[in-house]
Design a protein around this ligand. Sequence first.
Ligand code: FAD
Length: 367
Amino acid sequence: MAVIGGGLSGLYTALLLHQRGVSTRLLEARDRLGGRILSQGIDDGGRAIATATDRYDLGPAWFWPEIQPRMGRLLAQLGLGAFPQATDGLMLIERDAGVHPHRVQQGGRAEPRSMRIRGGVQSIVDRLSAQLPAAHVHRSTTVTALAADPEEGLVRLQAQGPDGPATLLARQVVLALPPRLCAATIAFTPELPRELQARLAAVPTWMAGHAKFLAVYTRAFWREQGLSGAAMSAVGPLAEIHDASAAEGAPALFGFFGLSASERARPDGESLEARCLRQLVRLYGPDAARPRAVFLMDWARERYTATAADAAWPSSHPQYGPVRAPAGLWTDRLLWASTETAGAFGGYLAGALEAAVVAADTVSATR
Ligand SMILES: Cc1cc2nc3c(=O)[nH]c(=O)nc-3n(C[C@H](O)[C@H](O)[C@H](O)COP(=O)(O)OP(=O)(O)OC[C@H]3O[C@@H](n4cnc5c(N)ncnc54)[C@H](O)[C@@H]3O)c2cc1C
């Protein structure tokens, strides 16, 4: 059994199969596991480190256990704690350049409440991967081609591994990478039907066109002003800002860019980081000019997340749903499992878990 992609969906599929006694290889293109999940800490000098106990989320940060019980159950099984997104205080609205931002009440308690994970969402990745046999997890291994062998009843996977080209044989393959990336980067023999290829290519990879800026501070100076840290801005470069403080560690603010991927890629003399800090100073005052550390994570530039088609992001949440293997040689040999193929919560972390459970159950039922 081979699972392509070591994001949440691939890791959870691999773990469920391992727990059911199915020998499973996990192939991950990056040199790290987690995919769109990425949490970073800082050392005393403000340098990024992956292993800190308190980490800041540069990918997903929130989950909603009231409506996504599988996430809550998984965290409990993994012994991970959660804490609510900080929302106490006033929110800022910045409508026009040169006009002082308005202060508004945040409309009561948001329902369902956004929750964050102690130690960052990466803690899920750490705990899941620790339960897999290390020898079956292959990082820096990019799958490039799949061929169904009609005689052996096996799938031949070709990959570019850390030591050069590698081949692996598997009875079944779970594609736990975004469908659009799968269509753009993996060659299939026999080819997938045209309609299926077009359908895969049309599925937007959730949040792939976005970028996050995050600044870590020594004091939560916004709270001292009665502010929650949340802001909506039509001026930018950040369009939506929130408190991103670690559970026990240093306070922080993060924002999603209002600039498109191509606007972010076009330098205009001043770095994006400097423009973001200037905006934070405008909103929260001079203390914002002196962060201990800043992070800028542009997901549109990540070749193992985004394709050129993801540069424009969808205006609303896409309709996601299961993808099935075509009839013929691929039947029961190919399964899709990324969050974009989930029957519920597609696009979200919870969707990655839903898709993984369905993939693992299907593998169990077809062996
Ligand atoms: C900025 C941002 C904010 C977000 N905020 C939230 C949030 O607050 N709450 C929420 O629920 N969700 C959020 N999401 C979405 C969430 O991150 C995803 O739902 C989830 O991480 C998807 O997991 P996945 O395993 O399906 O896909 P991915 O995490 O994309 O995993 C796919 C894996 O496949 C690997 N891969 C790709 N190509 C190959 C190949 N050829 N060979 C081998 N490996 C390959 C990739 O490297 C990657 O590790 C956010 C996403 C982003 C980017």
